[in-house]
Design a protein around this ligand. Structure first.
Ligand code: G3I
Ligand code: 9MR
Length: 731
């Protein structure tokens, strides 16, 4: 970006002085989403939504009661236009005020935003040139190959004394600066992997135009692998310890990467937080990689081994908290309180290794802190446990896991409901990187929604994204290039140093931060109020920088909202087929006869389908108490056999598929993990066991799969039976 300094100063000030009166998500909404705008409280009591194509009002409504929003000190009213569902482009009007930005109602409204938010990682790659084919006008030369990095005196070991040269190439630049830090790398990479793990379908065919696109691995995983390669190189193979950061001694000037390579680069001391971040992230990566084993043989196992080695190092070095050594002035990420890092790493290792000791180390009795930031990570542990709860070993307290994610979401939803802006953000949430706080809140709400589909959770999650995309007192969409009024001058060296006026798109700017830690280097902020303390100025690293750990929840939340708003509902962890549809499956998928050979055919059919999908499951087919088929695919354990036992017990007791019972209990508001009449030691109301019914003879046994989330286990059985019976294709 090239612009004289006075233009930058003016634009920052002018933009802050004139926020739009009607504040709304400037991109838009899915047809069924909740849709809210905020207007300053004044004389008007009505609003109208105008179809921009026809110029006609398509919806009129009453504004809500005036309400004070503490973070901005404004009194505002809500315009709720959720009733409008017809796809189109619109604006919102209130008498006496300028109209809102235009926005769209359409299915999957965040697809291109999601792709750009992911592509932002490519633009921040270290050690590679970005060619015009992939980077367009933002093509640039390579920077920081990091193939010759010095071991700093604080990182010296017997095998690697100070000054030893090691290679730690690839990885992403952390933010607006060119250093690479383990704490932010871990959480950023994790969040991308979690998006893929939770919403695989969304990313399956997504191509965002990176060099690896089309290689048979989803782009989001290819991008994560770019950073994982760097992370792996940051582990000392001699002891499993992980260097805290790879850095210059001081920050580079605001120039392009290729112009910033004179300064020597170091790896600094190993730290406990780096080891735990690394362990958690590698444990997740190892399981997300499993389906791509054939593409990158051995990588998944290597990652898990690396995760366990880092964990062992942390156990042996529990108090190696990080402080910037003398002479090192770059980002510190110096967390002193590591309970949450321990919990997160233990939980991820438990999920990936299925070893009970990790669950014990997780200390499930601990509660959840309210904020999710780079130094407060325990919410991630609960999030991952919740996603995997259906297939966790028996030691895991599934009811507690569901409860915790609900408690956290209830707090956020309460704040959301009480807020004048109808957002969960409260004054203390406006810290350095406040936009990411809002999106992390949405991510946790969405996870809770997948466990218990309460509308409030979904609406509050939508509101977090609305906040970031324009429903805020500054009227900014804080993502570069997306929305009517977006940051033009982020503290991002490539965006500053290139010859292009517009900043690189798809980056979330940090957002309002009343601490103003950069005020000595900036023109005055327009306000000290939490939600107004923002400067769209390159000087403002405390309110207008970008960062890899802030973009990640943007990727997660846009994918999740797009997926969860699909009409078929398949984005849900618990898919929501109606009970009627599930009953119809049971009617249609019956046999005229069922022999031992039939069991073998169906069992093999299931194996084939699981293999094709890159999934590892255990399969059981039992008729009249006689096990006719059992196969545990590579990676399954005795634990899967126990799930099969408990799920098929449920089918034999009720005569219905275990997913039917699961859905029935939940649709009555009950907890499927606590059915009063069923001992959870012997009965599991999770999808995956299907009644084996022979016409004329009735229910004679079960066909059961275990290894995936319940709805997917169930679907696999149904698909295999459909394929075998060639029955009603509409099932
Ligand atoms: O720990 C206190 C907490 O007790 C207190 O309640 C809270 C009040 O705001 O402040 C907390 O400390 C803050 C800390 O982050 C933890 O959130 C500090 O005030 C705040 O200055 C600190 O900011 C961090 C900043 O680096 C400076 O260290 C940001 O979170 C962090 O995102 C940012 O990261 C930088 C890297 O260092 C360098 N690369 C760019 C990156 C993004 O700006
Ligand atoms: O550019 C740096 C940014 O990435 C960091 O988040 C920030 C805080 O550590 O520091 C920025 O660098 C500034 C430095 O701290 C003070 N002098 C000016 C630097 C760049 O404007």
């Amino acid at each position: 970006m090239k612009a004289p300094l006075f233009t930058l100063l003016l634009s920052g000030a002018a933009a802050a002085a004139n926020p739009p009166a009607v504040r709304v998500n400037q991109l838009g909404f899915a047809p069924a989403a909740s849709k809210v705008a905020v207007v300053p409280a004044g004389a008007a009591k009505q609003f109208a939504v105008i179809d921009t194509a026809s110029g006609k009002a398509v919806l009129r409504g009453a504004l809500g009661k005036p309400s004070l929003w503490e973070p901005s000190g404004e009194t505002v009213r809500i315009a709720d236009f959720s009733a409008l569902r017809a796809p189109g482009t619109y604006r919102l009007e209130v008498a006496g005020l300028a109209p809102s930005a235009g926005f769209a109602i359409q299915p999957a409204p965040y697809r291109s935003l999601n792709a750009a938010a992911l592509k932002a990682y490519y633009f921040n790659r270290s050690g590679t040139a970005l060619d015009a084919r992939h980077a367009g006008i933002y093509a640039r030369g390579a920077g920081h190959p990091d193939d010759k990095v010095l071991v700093h005196a604080t990182a010296a070991s017997i095998g690697r004394p100070a000054g030893t040269v090691i290679a730690a190439p690839k990885g992403w630049y952390d933010a607006g600066d060119y250093n690479k830090y383990m704490p932010s790398s871990g959480i950023a990479t994790f969040t991308l992997l979690a998006a893929l793990e939770h919403f695989p379908r969304y990313f399956q065919d997504q191509e965002v135009g990176i060099p690896e696109s089309g290689n048979g691995i989803p782009d989001i995983l290819d991008e994560a692998l770019w950073n994982l390669a760097w992370m792996l190189a940051m582990q000392d193979p001699a002891d499993g310890g992980v260097y805290h950061k790879l850095t210059n001694l001081t920050f580079d000037a605001m120039v392009m990467p290729a112009e910033a390579m004179a300064a020597p680069r170091y790896v600094t001391a190993k730290s406990t937080s780096a080891a735990l971040n690394f362990a958690a992230t590698m444990a997740v990566a190892s399981r997300v990689m499993t389906p791509y084993e054939h593409k990158l043989p051995g990588l998944s196992a290597r990652m898990l081994a690396a995760a366990e080695a880092a964990w062992r190092w942390a156990r042996a070095n529990p108090s190696a908290t990080f402080k910037n050594p003398d002479g090192v002035l770059t980002g510190e990420y110096g967390d002193q309180q590591l309970d949450d890092e321990w919990a997160w790493a233990a939980a991820e290792l438990f999920i990936s290794t299925r070893q009970d000791d990790y669950y014990r180390a997780f200390k499930p009795a601990q509660g959840v802190t309210s904020l999710l930031e780079w130094d407060k990570l325990d919410a991630l542990a609960w999030m991952s446990l919740a996603h995997h709860r259906a297939s966790l070993p028996a030691i895991a307290d599934r009811a507690l896991i569901a409860k915790r994610s609900g408690e956290h979401a209830d707090n956020l939803a309460r704040a959301w409901k009480a807020s004048g802006y109808r957002v969960a953000m409260r004054a203390p949430d406006f810290v350095w990187g406040s936009g990411a706080v809002a999106l992390n809140q949405s991510m946790l709400l969405l996870q809770a929604y997948r466990i218990k589909p309460k509308d409030d959770y979904l609406q509050a999650a939508q509101s977090g994204l609305d906040y970031v995309l324009g429903r805020n007192p500054l009227g900014y969409s804080f993502v570069t290039g997306f929305g009517q009024r977006t940051p033009l001058h982020p503290h991002h060296r490539p965006s500053v140093g290139d010859q292009v006026a517009a900043p690189i798109p798809g980056f979330l700017a940090g957002g309002p931060n009343p601490m103003q830690q950069d005020k000595a280097e900036c023109p005055p902020y327009p306000s000290k109020l939490p939600a107004l303390a923002y400067l769209d100025h390159v000087c403002s690293y405390a309110s207008n920088e970008v960062a890899i750990n802030w973009n990640a929840p943007l990727v997660y939340v846009t994918a999740a909202l797009d997926e969860l708003s699909r009409q078929d509902g398949n984005g849900m962890d618990q898919q929501h087929p109606s009970l009627a549809a599930l009953a119809r499956q049971e009617q249609a998928l019956q046999f005229d006869s069922f022999t031992s050979a039939t069991a073998l055919d169906i069992g093999m059919q299931l194996v084939k389908m699981a293999r094709a999908a890159g999934k590892s499951v255990a399969i059981d087919i039992t008729r009249n108490g006689n096990q006719l088929f059992y196969h545990g695919m590579e990676g399954t354990t005795r634990d899967h056999a126990d799930w099969i036992r408990r799920k098929s017990n449920l089918v034999n007791r009720t005569g219905h598929s275990s997913f039917f019972v699961h859905t029935q209990v939940r649709s009555n508001g009950g907890d499927h993990d606590n059915i009063p009449t069923m001992d959870t030691r012997d009965f599991a109301a999770h999808g995956g066991s299907f009644p084996l019914s022979v016409r004329g003879a009735g229910h004679v046994g079960t066909i059961t799969v275990s290894g995936l989330p319940g709805p997917e286990d169930h679907q696999l059985v149904v698909d295999a039976l459909k394929a075998y019976l060639k029955g009603d294709p509409t099932l």
